[in-house]
Write a protein that binds this ligand. Structure first.
Ligand SMILES: [Zn+2]
Length: 233
């Protein structure tokens, strides 16, 4: 079997800068099973990346980090900046470089964007950090709401999720594409969070229509997982 990698884009080595490591707090399986207690503070997490996604103690909203700014996306669709003392039961961050870039000149929907990304970044086996800046005709997001112990599973918590639709908004998608063989350890496939340009609204992306924009991506070479120090309730 031949597996194309992002390296097949034949980028000059000189454009590949610095490390390409992802730092992750806990595992996706733990989160799915109801591991909603904060395991690491955002003060610590900031030391491992300026770009990424995650959530908060008690599953209190979604996290999106871009350009070193960490945002908490609340269940009412609003966003605020994250304090160092806040903690994450799950988060994945990296120092983003944007080694691979491509302009998006024609409008694309959610499936169209994933198709575009898959052709740009190859079709399997790759672990990539992906950023898409653009103008969205519409974007539908969900944001989990704060849970109280004893915790249920993530699926049950998501059943209460609040969906929001934002129209005619500039913003950034921040996320990762992880290969299926590490699904469970991390979140397999494409996973994006959105933050608007004015940093006022966002959430976990469910659907979108992008008018125009720009893709930037990095191939990640390692995944460091901080294992939970507390038993799952
Ligand atoms: Zn998410």
């Amino acid at each position: 079997m031949t597996t194309r990698t992002c390296w097949d884009l034949a980028l000059p080595a000189t454009r590949l800068r610095g490390s390409h490591d992802v730092f992750q707090v806990a595992t996706a399986s733990e989160l799915l099973a109801g591991g909603f207690r904060g395991e690491a503070t955002y003060g610590e997490i900031r030391g491992h990346g300026d770009f990424g996604v995650g959530t908060f103690d008690q599953l209190d909203g979604e996290m999106v980090a871009v350009d070193g700014r960490f945002h908490q996306l609340h269940s009412d669709g609003t966003a605020t900046l994250v304090d160092d003392e806040q903690s994450a039961p799950f988060a994945m961050v990296t120092f983003f470089h944007g080694d691979v870039t491509q302009e998006i000149g024609d409008p694309v929907d959610h499936d169209g964007l994933l198709t575009l990304l898959s052709s740009l970044l190859a079709d399997s086996g790759d672990f990539c950090a992906i950023r898409v800046d653009g103008h969205f005709t519409r974007i539908v997001t969900r944001t989990v709401s704060k849970q109280t112990p004893p915790y249920t599973t993530l699926a049950e918590a998501i059943a209460e999720q609040v969906e929001r639709e934002f129209r005619d908004v500039g913003g950034t998608l921040v996320g990762f594409r992880a290969p299926a063989y590490i699904d469970g350890l991390t979140i397999g496939g494409y996973h994006f969070h959105f933050i608007s340009d004015d940093a006022r609204v966002g959430g976990h992306v469910l659907d979108l229509h992008l008018l125009s924009g720009r893709i930037a991506a990095d191939v990640e070479s390692s995944l460091h997982v901080e294992l939970p120090q507390q038993a799952t309730p």
